[in-house]
Design a protein around this ligand. Structure first.
Ligand code: RIB
Length: 296
């Protein structure tokens, strides 16, 4: 199978993860159980996941000139992600995500830090690389104008764009029209298509709008009818990074030339494996692990 070349434009952060029996209410203090720092950020997570699945991955991002920045860069490199376009930004802190794992789910506060320097002009510096890619992936932990400009650039150079619209915010119609694939979860889809029935939105964007529904799977419209590709049941340790793994696996498979159904099945299998390990990247599977999982 062809090794696809993928550029991921996005955030790279350090995740500060606390486990606790329950999350505190406003104004309350609770005693937690463990504390870990692990690499994260939606962009870096997607880059690492795609590299583990066999893609040739180039990250376009920014880190701070601090110890976290060095750790984030080392982690990308050790996972085989090319970092020629990951710039350390002076006098800025690396992005951080403050995560509470409690009651079987996570709550996250993201401080973008250096990720705010992934500007349209910075993306344009990578133009020659972007033109050679089979797929470009972006998320929403970078400035809004970067997402818009990237959609325009992709349209101009004819490279498909996979937009994972997370975290949720409203986006211009132009971005929706110019993206090749959109992968909101149900909550994000509700914000993107406010006031519309989601099944109507799906039929308006066949083979493009892919709405993830967690353990239930992923829903899309194939041009004739709505399809639900079911997920794979597993014992969940930590759901952080499952969406990122889904996006990376879908992007890798579709850029390899697999069809929509096969790509979504591959993505669901990869995402289901990712939740069996701790941390956003801890459970992200290799290609062999996904293939073995699909054969089970
Ligand atoms: O999608 C999971 C990621 O979201 C975490 O790694 C954290 O960095 C947050 O940005």
């Amino acid at each position: 199978m062809k090794k696809p070349k993928i550029a991921v434009i996005g955030s790279s952060s350090m995740d500060l993860v606390v486990t606790s029996k329950r999350r505190p209410l406003a104004g309350e203090t609770v005693l937690g159980e463990t504390f870990e720092t692990v690499p994260g950020g939606k962009g870096a997570n997607q880059a690492v996941a795609a590299a583990r699945l066999g893609a040739d991955v180039h990250m376009i991002g920014c880190v701070g000139d601090d110890a976290y920045g060095k750790e984030i860069l080392d982690n990308l490199k050790s996972n085989g992600v090319k970092t020629g376009y990951v710039k350390p930004v002076t006098h800025q802190k690396s992005g951080t995500a403050h995560i509470i794992l409690a009651e079987g789910d996570n709550s996250i506060v993201v401080v973008k830090g250096a990720n705010d320097f992934v500007t349209p002009d910075y993306v344009k510096e990578a133009m020659s690389l972007l033109k050679e890619c089979d797929l470009i992936m972006i998320q929403q932990e970078v400035p809004e104008e970067t997402v818009l400009e990237t959609a325009r650039l992709c349209d101009e150079i004819g490279v498909p764009l996979l937009l994972n619209p997370a975290p949720a915010r409203e986006i211009p119609d132009e971005v929706i029209e110019k993206a090749a694939y959109l992968t909101p979860n149900e909550h994000e889809a509700g914000i993107l298509f406010k006031g519309q029935e989601l099944s109507k939105a799906l039929s308006n964007y066949p083979n493009k709008l892919l709405i993830t529904e967690g353990a239930a799977g992923v829903r899309y419209h194939d041009g004739s009818r709505e399809q639900l590709i079911p997920s794979f049941p597993v014992k969940v340790v930590d759901t952080t990074g499952a969406g990122d793994t889904f996006n990376a696996a879908f992007g890798t498979a579709i850029a390899e030339g697999q069809n929509m159904k096969e790509s979504l099945r591959f993505a669901n299998r990869a995402a289901s494996l990712s939740v069996t390990g701790f941390g956003a990247q801890g459970g992200m599977p290799t290609r062999d692990e996904v293939e073995r999982g699909l054969a089970e």
